[in-house]
Design a protein around this ligand. Structure first.
Ligand SMILES: [Zn+2]
Length: 284
């Protein structure tokens, strides 16, 4: 074959590959190997396979196309993750205001912000030990806010969290047949962390106390961590008025590290109590 014939054969081959959709515009046949090359990244779009004495040239991905596909795959994964996170948040945050309780909106000067950050950062360890937190202190000291920051930060890591309150749980349980209540309580264990806001605001009736006990006891038995926020004092939690309160508080105190929240004087007053009560595990 002379050079013109070779050129014609190559042109024919290229035309055929274009017709089959394998070659794109700008692609060319490498003169030495006879393989189709990408016009953009100048790497192989065909490879050589020898099978039972026959030589075949199956197509393969050139560099730019395979990078393109990788990027598309990453984009799809990112989108899936974001959708998963927003599903987690709409299922896990039982109050619209909780959506705004994020570390991005957090005053890092808050004396308890560090505890919340460390809880998120070392969640795997706390999870293993079933270790939770007890945020206690006066109204308006940021307990719910920081608990919400923990909830949002964990869900952004794709960890299912439920942040609710006893009035909400009582409400949900009120609408369920007694035989199915246990199932409902067990279903809360699919959340890796359960946050119950504002213990102590619920009415103090035997039914309510029994229900609060069942919620806490189920979580306690599951060995999974929970966070409680409350306006009740640590003293009251440690010295319950009666057995009914005592069996609730005992389980909370056993699993949750108390963190004192205070509006002022936190450096000298309750802040010091934290250092003693946090059992070392929350310190940096
Ligand atoms: Zn290419």
């Amino acid at each position: 074959m002379n050079e013109t014939d070779i050129q014609a054969a190559v042109d024919d081959m290229l035309a055929e590959l274009m017709q089959e959709g394998i070659a794109g515009s700008g692609d060319y046949i490498d003169a030495d190997t006879g393989l189709l090359m990408c016009g953009k990244c100048r790497t192989k779009k065909q490879t050589v396979v020898k099978l039972m004495g026959r030589t075949m040239k199956p197509s393969c991905l050139c560099k730019c196309r395979s990078e393109e596909l990788e990027k598309e795959e990453q984009k799809r994964k990112d989108k899936e993750l974001m959708e998963g996170i927003s599903r987690l948040k709409s299922a896990g945050l039982q109050d619209r205001t909780f959506f705004g309780y994020t570390f991005a909106n957090c005053d890092e000067m808050h004396p308890c912000a560090g505890y919340a950050h460390r809880y998120v950062g070392r969640f795997a360890e706390f999870q293993k030990d079933g270790q939770g937190l007890l945020f206690w202190g006066d109204v308006g000291t940021g307990k719910t806010f920081l608990a919400g920051c923990i909830a949002n930060a964990l869900m952004e890591k794709n960890i299912p969290v439920l942040m609710t309150s006893f009035p909400k749980l009582l409400n949900a349980l009120g609408g369920i047949y007694s035989g199915e209540k246990n199932e409902y309580l067990k279903s809360l264990n699919r959340y890796q962390l359960l946050i119950i806001d504002d213990l102590g605001v619920e009415r103090d009736t035997p039914y309510v106390l029994e229900t609060v006990y069942l919620v806490i006891d189920e979580r306690y038995k599951s060995g999974k961590p929970f966070i409680i926020t409350t306006n009740l004092s640590l003293e009251k939690l440690q010295n319950p008025a009666d057995l009914e309160h005592g069996r609730i508080y005992d389980r909370i105190m056993e699993r949750c590290v108390p963190v004192a929240f205070s509006g002022k004087n936190y450096r000298t007053g309750k802040g010091r109590a934290n250092i003693e009560s946090a059992s070392g595990i929350l310190k940096a």
